[in-house]
Design a protein around this ligand. Structure first.
Ligand code: 4H7
Length: 256
């Protein structure tokens, strides 16, 4: 897949993408990220990329011409039909489903705003969609671009090793993760759950699914609501609730 980022800070994104799983995906060539910097298309000696807002007030707006040229270069370079996405807090919420939808595309253009934002007509005429990564204000669209690229990259075949993708595709889909443990077997008297030391792989799988269901029920019930459960999963979750209730009782008792 090819992703173009229109940004005043290409180095910020390039360096962040050089590491770990995404870095390897780029080395293998399953993901290609290209940069289009409006500053390269500024026309004056100072290479100006901002301009004063109509209506006055503090702050500046990304200058139209350099941005538009960078965006059009990106669109001309990427496969025809690549979606142009503006990253802003008022966009459609970016989540795993949006990422899954995008990872099938051959190309994607991400526009990272800076200053107080981008001329509204540019957004309307030169982009197709707006995405937001969450309800908070950031000083630029570069971090959202990184979040989007990392999430999508993990879904491209060839990014994750076979072991990693096996875990991802397994029963845990749509659930929060189960807890993980490594050595030592006890930390300050806190032991690793015994089942994980049992060597019984079926029991371990069952326990992990149960933990994932239980945690999702406790922390993000709306995710479970949306996803639904199989009959087997319902039974596992009921067992989780009962065990948890017993544990809570024991804690209450010990306080008395
Ligand atoms: C576009 C327009 C995305 C991009 C304005 C981007 C949050 C998100 C930005 C702005 C973003 C998100 C410029 C508005 C800086 C706020 C202080 C970059 N913030 N900004 N101003 N939630 N900011 O996805």
């Amino acid at each position: 897949m090819r992703i173009a980022v229109v940004t005043l800070f290409p180095v910020m994104i390039r360096e962040a993408l050089a590491h770990g799983v995404v870095g390897r995906a780029m080395e293998r060539g399953v993901l290609e990220v290209e940069y289009f910097d409006p500053r390269d298309h500024a026309t004056d000696v100072h290479r100006t990329v901002d301009d004063r807002p109509y209506g006055g007030g503090p702050g500046m707006v990304l200058k139209v011409e350099p941005l538009r040229t960078a965006l059009r270069r990106a669109a001309a370079t990427l496969p025809p039909g690549s979606r142009r996405v503006y990253l802003g807090a008022d966009g459609r919420r970016f989540d795993q489903a949006v990422a899954r939808e995008a990872c099938g595309d051959r190309g994607l253009i991400l526009v990272a705003g800076r200053y107080e934002g981008v001329d509204e007509r540019c957004i309307e005429r030169e982009t197709d969609e707006q995405w937001s990564i969450g309800d908070y204000v950031l000083s630029g669209g570069e971090l959202p671009a990184l979040v989007v690229i990392d999430t999508i990259a993990r879904l491209i075949p060839g990014t994750l090793g076979s072991a990693e993708s096996a875990v991802q595709e397994s029963f845990s889909d749509g659930l929060l993760d189960w807890p993980h443990y490594t050595r030592p077997p006890a930390i300050d008297g806190l032991a690793v759950p015994a089942v994980l030391m049992s060597g019984d792989h079926a029991a371990i799988q069952r326990w992990r699914l149960q933990q994932a269901l239980g945690r999702t029920w406790l922390r993000r019930p709306e995710l479970l609501e949306r996803r639904g459960m199989s009959e087997e999963e319902r039974v596992l979750l009921e067992e989780f609730k009962i065990e948890r209730a017993c544990r809570t009782d024991r804690i209450e008792d010990s306080k008395r």
